[in-house]
Structures are given as structure tokens and as C-alpha cells.
Design a protein around this ligand. Sequence first.
Ligand SMILES: Nc1ncnc2c1ncn2[C@@H]1O[C@H](COP(=O)(O)OP(=O)(O)OP(=O)(O)O)[C@@H](O)[C@H]1O
Ligand SMILES: [Mg+2]
Length: 366
Amino acid sequence: MASITIRDVKKSYAKLQIVHGVDLDIASGEFVVILGPSGCGKSTLLRMIAGLEEISGGEIAIDGTVVNKLEPRERGCAMVFQNYALYPHMSVAQNIGYSLKVAGVPAAERQLRVQAVARTLELEHLLDRKPMALSGGQRQRVAMGRAMIREPKVFLFDEPLSNLDAKLRVQMRSEIRKLHRRLNATSVFVTHDQVEAMTLADRLVVMNGGRVEQVGTPAQIYSRPASRFVATFVGAPAMNILEGTVDLDGLSLLGGSRRLAMARAGLPVGTKVAMGIRPEAVRLVAPGTAGALDATVDLVEELGAGRVIYVDLDGASFSVMTSEAVHPEPGSAVGLKISPEDMHFFSSDTGTRLEVFKASVPEPAL
Ligand SMILES: Nc1ncnc2c1ncn2[C@@H]1O[C@H](COP(=O)(O)OP(=O)(O)OP(=O)(O)O)[C@@H](O)[C@H]1O
Ligand SMILES: [Mg+2]
């Protein structure tokens, strides 16, 4: 077990800066997931922790020791990649035991340790096979075994499940989680899949454009997103956003066709504010219901356990998720009921959350 401290870590390739000063404290034994869109710098950050990428600025410490100048093998980290990177000409046993062989561990001890790891990962019956003769999930477990056998202080995962089919992904996800509970090693897991991130993480780090947008438990990030980016990136379907402008005694939405009465909370008239509401927080009611917004149904997406209803709200597209047995026809009218406590507000200029503004919503005046 080991803690990881990341202080103002930067990365540039030639003149191009990719990571813009990341600060992060990962506790010993914690499972931290780094989530963000493609190209935001997740792998780069992970590779800098592993020592596979040089750090352009700042400091990374593992268990209190600055590792900036240490070789990858001196850092006590093991990395599991998306493409497994198994040696095709070696058997499963040889793949798992390879790092011990390189380190000069005697054959007898090597065999015992390979067997112990194979037992944990339920690979014992496959030890003589070559990677070619394994399924995707089995290869993934061999890659895990190769990382585990070194008894690392830190596991670093870079999208290890993205080559697996949907069912296997879910299965491996819970296996990784169970394994983490058993081994209790510090784990940093990179993904751009938000469901994977939410289900695996003790704590979630949301990155965007080489910066950390928010750090928190999955529940905190879902219920109080710190920025418009986090709000719309986490959660599916994405949070609805309605653009608004602060007026004398409230917020004018959708170009003035709807209003929210509320205190201005010190924001000058004319300030642009975005109001966010999660599709699952909207209730469908009969059109014309008092305090509800009337909209027209565009499309209904059946999900089995529920459905997503896409509606047109004065020209803006809006989605509603419901598990109720309602099947409105495209073109029909519906009412949308939104509670003030479910509204999120963000500055349209900076994208940051406006907390005071939300607290001042007096009633469902939409
Ligand atoms: N060796 C390199 N030289 C120049 N630019 C690079 C290099 N490696 C990565 N980059 C750039 O750095 C940025 C971050 O890359 P990185 O691989 O960390 O993204 P990522 O968040 O892991 O994305 P993905 O989800 O697609 O894997 C990208 O814009 C990428 O093009
Ligand atoms: Mg990557």
C-alpha cells in the first residue's frame, strides 16, 4: 500500500502543453478513477506516475518519496494496459512469471507464486495455453496477473476493459473491484466510460483539457457537479441545459419565453446563466398542469426498464428519463414538472457552479 501525491504536475511536448498543473492526493489503499474525454491527458498523467513519461514540471511522490527521477521499476507501480501487451510466444504461466524471471527469482519460487496468482484470478486451468488461444476476458486476467505477481504498491490501469464486449466488461469490472478489496493496493484507473468510472471509484477525478475539473465521490460529482462540463459529461443521457439571462427579479430562459422567479443573489442584470436539470429529475405530467412546462414529444427511446423521451421545449431539445409506464406518441403534448432543488446553475462565461443562486430559488415558478 502506498499514498500518491501529485503537486502542480505539468507535461509539454515540444512547445505544446498537454497537462496544465494537476494537484491530487491519493490515499493508501484508495481506488481512484480518472475520467475525461479522449485527449484530455488521462494516459499522460498515469504514465507520468508510472515513470514511462518524463514530468515537465511539478512533483510526484509515492509514499512520501519524490519519484520524479526514479526509473519505472524503482517506483513499485504495475501497469495494466488496454491492449494487454502479452508476449504471444509465451504460455500464460510464462507471461505471468516473466518479471520474476528477469529479476532472477529461482524457478521453484517462481512457480509457486505464479500458481498463487493464477488461483486468485481463476487461470489455473489455462497456464499452459498461449495468449492466442484465450478469450478477451482471459487475456485481460493474464495481464492483471502479470501486474499482480510483482506485488506492487500501486496498480495503474489504462482503460483495461475497453477491448471487451459489454457483458464481459461488467463482469471484469466487479472482479477488479473485488480484487482491489482483497489486495488493498492503491489503484488508479483511467477510463472515458462514465458508468465504469462511477461504479469502480472510491473517488473520481474528472479531467478536461489537461486540467482537473472536480474531485469527489461518485455521488458528490453526480449531485453537485462543480462545472457545466462535469454536469454534462457525467450522467446519461446528459444533463439538460437551458440558457438564461438574469433580469430584475429572476431568470429569463429560452430567449424570454419562460421565466424563473427568484432572488438575484447579487448577480447583475444581464448576467448569462445556464440552468441544468437531469433527465431523471424531470416528471412527466399532463399538458397544461399548473407550474409545469408544456413541450412537444419528438422521439421516445425504449430502454427496457424505462425510456428516454426527447421533447421540444420552445425550440430547445430536452430529454426526460422515466421508468413509469408512459408511452407518449411523437407529436403529442406533455407537461414537464421540475423541482427547484433539482436545478443546477452555472455561469455561462466561466462554466463554474453558482451555489448561491440555487439556494435562492423560492418556488417552482417555471
Ligand atoms: N508523444 C506525444 N507527442 C505529442 N503529443 C502527444 C504525445 N502523446 C500524447 N500527446 C497528446 O497529448 C494529449 C493527451 O493525450 P493522452 O493520451 O494523455 O489522452 P487521453 O486522455 O488518454 O485520451 P484517450 O481517452 O483517447 O486515451 C493528446 O492531445 C495527445 O495528442
Ligand atoms: Mg488514453
